[in-house]
Design a binder for this molecule. Structure first.
Ligand SMILES: [Zn+2]
Length: 54
């Protein structure tokens, strides 16, 4: 499977995962929490797990 990373929204603390290709890009991640939808760069996440594919 493709490599992924986990991240946490700094606003609502929701955690989800994204494709690794987005980890060091300028792309703004969008929080999946319907009540939040915060957009931020991966580097600004309040928590990141860069584990290898499970
Ligand atoms: Zn959020």
């Amino acid at each position: 499977m493709n490599r992924i990373f986990w991240l946490e929204c700094p606003e609502c603390k929701t955690r989800w995962y994204a494709e690794w290709v987005l980890r060091h890009s300028e792309y703004k991640m969008e929080c999946p929490n319907a009540g939040c939808r915060n957009k931020f760069k991966a580097d600004d996440a309040s928590w990141i797990d860069e584990r290898e594919a499970r």
